[in-house]
Design a binder for this molecule. Sequence first.
Ligand code: OGA
Ligand code: MN
Length: 293
Amino acid sequence: MRITPNNAGLGARVEGIDLAQPLPPAGHRTILRALGQYGVLCFPGQDLDAPRLAAFGSRFGDLEVNVANLFHAPGHPEVMILSNERDAEGRPLGLNDAGQGWHTDMSYSTEIALANVLHAKRVPVRDGRPLGSTQFRNMHAAYDDLPAEVVERLEGRVAIHDFSKFWDMMRQRPGSIRGPLTPAQRAKKPPVPQPVFRIHPITGRRVLYCNPGYAMHIEGLERGESDALLEYLFRHQSQPKYLYGHAWAPGDLLIWDNIGTTHNAVADYAADEPRFILRVQVMATLDYAALAA
Ligand code: OGA
Ligand code: MN
């Protein structure tokens, strides 16, 4: 395996490995360490079907079945399909607006995610340039730069994260195919507390774990103070120095750290510019400090 960091603070390309083959323990450890260090790993030129993608992802933790579970690969509820394409009858093939807004996957869940794994099959291109990039922000660096008084004010505090914040925001967009959450879906995903700062299980360093997609308010603070602090944190983490954008190519398999980064899908392509991506969400269910050691 050759790992080439791109020197943006986030992101590295990993070549010389075929992820459709079973991953040996040494390769597993190398990938985990690199994930902690670089946050976003791109393995170009891969070709995995749904079961092989699930097999690769499940080496890193239990795979999540999305609560809304609108679109998944046949026979694989854990393999979600992200796409703006439609079948011959006009039915959507996938979720067409995944992640279009800054967020961290699964922060609305008591059990958090380690990583998301996306494998691009079709990528929109216009005038020779790929569209539909995925952007990331570095939450190790964002934590490191926080002023001491902000850290002090937030030390030991939790924020309440709510799945419906992002869902309802996406639903209001023109052309959304998301329906209202059913009472059963709502009941499965009640608002949950998450520490504002947490120790990253691979790096052992502190990260800012508070994203604008799901964080509603900081528990135990009066609403005005909570709103002001959240606004401060969201503005702080939006500085360009923390940003890294991934421009997709078909065959890319991207694995990103869902504890030490936030991300956003850029919606700059049209309905007739096809994008098709397979995805598995890896929950943080293993002892990563031990596995990466
Ligand atoms: C996701 C997500 C981004 C993208 O799958 O969680 O945010 O670019 N996707 O598709
Ligand atoms: Mn996401």
